[in-house]
Design a protein around this ligand. Structure first.
Ligand SMILES: Cc1cc2nc3c(=O)[nH]c(=O)nc-3n(C[C@H](O)[C@H](O)[C@H](O)COP(=O)(O)OP(=O)(O)OC[C@H]3O[C@@H](n4cnc5c(N)ncnc54)[C@H](O)[C@@H]3O)c2cc1C
Length: 302
């Protein structure tokens, strides 16, 4: 009943930056998922706060969509609002050995900007197709490093519409997790680096990228690691040992290159990926006694 009004209010606020029933398979790296009911590109914290407030009034769920590189979106799609942080909220600004990064900015662009300016600390992130906000909020990491290592300050939009800056260490971080206040979103992060020779940084990045390309199916449609590493072990090792490499359901296949990746080989659906994840999880449980936990986030009803 409220939906037509809600839609009208969004258009009044954002014009063509409010769109409806947009297919999420084009907005996620896995390339699966049905439509998102409301898709809003917001350019200011105020616009974000207004969209969220309208969503709450209309009792419509909302979430931020980054690059969609850690999401498994249901084939039925998402019946709420997805906010994309764009325009000024996706800017990267170099400031005296630090970079102020808008949450909507591309992580690969940030990695490049840091490298060409002789700022070391983010080499490990080469090859991760995220936004800054998604990487900060999920404490992305690799090779023993993670976003929280270089995060000096985070600006959040809180549930009550207030914008508040937190020092990095004020927010508890863990493995692929940041303890953000409920219903908040990351607007911006101030990132600290160590000065180094750009040529040395590029050399390290090249080595890490080559290693990734050799070990992971980077050019295929995936969402990175599907399961979290259990304490003291690797999900990929357990999955490989359980004989799951190459296993498939429809067009979803456990990668032969890296067992903790599931490739979309064409027209895979979210339900095929979920079914394959269940088969893998059950095989690992029966062979190694470990129940793997998903690292990818399921969105919508599956
Ligand atoms: C080829 C490949 C390699 C990968 N390698 C790695 C790796 O080495 N290490 C690693 O950690 N991950 C890796 N990933 C997974 C993924 O890139 C990360 O989890 C990444 O941090 C997700 O960012 P995103 O912008 O795509 O977020 P999305 O997938 O769009 O969203 C993920 C979650 O973050 C939330 N979110 C996004 N933006 C914000 C914001 N501004 N404020 C609050 N919440 C927000 C979303 O609401 C959602 O809950 C890889 C993925 C791929 C496809």
């Amino acid at each position: 009943m409220l939906k037509p009004d809600f839609q009208r209010e969004l258009v009044k606020l954002l014009g063509k930056r409010a769109r409806f029933d947009l297919d999420l398979d084009r907005l996620t790296t896995w390339g699966v998922g049905g439509p998102v009911r409301f898709h809003c590109r917001v350019h200011t914290p105020l616009e974000a706060a207004q969209v969220i407030s309208l969503a709450k009034q209309a009792k419509v769920p909302w979430m931020v969509l980054g690059r969609g590189s850690n999401l498994l979106v249901s084939d039925q799609g998402y019946p709420g609002v997805m906010l994309r942080l764009a325009g000024p909220l996706a800017k990267l600004e170099l400031e005296d050995g630090t970079i102020k990064a808008g949450a909507g900015a591309s992580l690969p662009a940030l990695v490049k900007l840091a490298a060409v300016n002789g700022l070391s600390g983010l080499e490990w992130a080469v090859g991760i197709p995220a936004t800054v906000g998604g990487a900060v909020a999920g404490n992305a990491g690799a090779n023993g490093f993670e976003m929280s290592d270089i995060t000096d300050q985070i600006s959040l939009l809180l549930e009550n519409g207030e914008i508040k800056a937190f020092k990095g260490q004020e927010i508890k971080s863990g493995y692929r997790h940041l303890d953000l206040p409920a219903q908040s979103l990351v607007l911006e992060a101030l990132l600290e680096f160590k000065p180094d020779d750009p040529a040395m940084i590029h050399r390290r990045m090249k080595r890490l990228l080559e290693r990734r390309l050799g070990a992971q199916p980077l050019i295929k449609r995936t969402a990175g690691s599907v399961f979290k590493n259990p304490p003291g072990d690797y999900a990929g090792r357990l999955i490989e040992q359980a004989g799951c490499k190459g296993l498939s359901v429809g067009d979803a296949m456990v990668s032969v290159r890296h067992a903790n990746f599931i490739e979309n080989r064409g027209k895979a659906t979210a339900s095929q990926i979920i079914e394959l994840m269940q088969v893998v999880s059950d095989r690992v449980k029966s062979q190694a006694g470990v129940r793997l936990q998903p690292e990818v986030e399921v969105v919508g009803r599956v």
